[in-house]
Design a protein around this ligand. Structure first.
Ligand code: PHB
Length: 249
């Protein structure tokens, strides 16, 4: 791999460029990318030109760049996330029709909950999840399910790190969180009231593959004091349906 004078490989540099794009920062100039990725402006312009040429970035009439459609195409092609999303979608639609609130599918990715799909419902309450956005594991219902079933080393790493107080009711004490995760494993669902924002309650269940491994979390976001029984039942039914469809896929 060709290395730059600073010793990082060309792959590292491309990743650093791509990582300057976030869910809230989708369009930038090459100079802004350089500043954020820590490259001299000339290097940033050269990298951006090459990535635009390859179709991984797109440039608009104002010379500002965004992630390219080709990157989306390559990322989705044959990906596990896409297959899971496709199998889950009809089941998510059923949950959404029954509960009439936002319904999300999330997977564990680099110590956070990464949202693969979100169905919104007209008139549904507040919801901060976004497709391709992340939420902290300890502070969201999906995250709590994923953390409860994560490999031991991931769970221990998350429990050992500071647990930010995202909202007033976020569980930030490691011992209390450990007890909560044990309850999530025992009950097969979690109801997280006010964990990430005071006005909402997240309800989530694990999604398993045919071997029984937890591969995702399925959740709904309800107004804070809404009853949760129907949502739990709908999510559990959907999760069973996804598992059974995954084995045929
Ligand atoms: C949750 O999963 O707990 C959750 C997610 C998004 C919200 C509120 C709660 O806006």
């Amino acid at each position: 791999m060709a290395n730059s004078p600073s010793g990082d490989s060309s792959i590292d540099r491309i990743v650093r460029v791509l990582e300057t794009f976030t869910i809230d920062r989708t369009v930038q100039t090459a100079s802004e990318i350089g500043r954020r990725a820590g490259f001299p402006s000339s290097t940033a312009h050269r990298l951006v030109d090459a990535l635009v040429e390859a179709g991984l970035l797109e440039r608009d009439d104002d010379h500002r760049v965004s992630l390219g459609m080709r990157l989306w195409e390559l990322a989705l092609r044959g990906s596990r996330a896409l297959r899971l999303r496709q199998v889950a979608l009809p089941h998510m639609e059923r949950v959404q029709a029954r509960i009439r609130e936002h319904t999300q599918l999330a997977a564990l990715e680099q110590d956070s909950a990464l949202f693969l799909e979100r169905l919104s419902h007209p008139g549904a309450g507040a919801n901060i999840t976004r497709i391709a956005g992340r939420l902290p594991l300890h502070a969201s219902s999906s995250g709590l399910v994923l953390l409860a079933h994560a490999p031991d080393d991931v769970r221990e790493r998350v429990l050992a790190a500071p647990l930010p107080q995202v909202a007033k009711e976020t569980v930030t004490d490691a011992a209390a969180l450990r007890r909560l995760l044990a309850r999530v494993r025992r009950d097969g669902y979690v109801v997280a009231r006010g964990s990430i924002e005071a006005v909402s309650t997240g309800v989530a269940v694990p999604v398993r593959d045919r071997t029984g491994d937890v591969i995702a979390a399925l959740s709904v976001v309800l107004p804070r004091d809404a009853p949760t029984e129907q949502a739990i039942a709908a999510l559990l039914q959907a999760s069973r349906g996804i598992r059974s469809d995954l084995s045929e896929y």
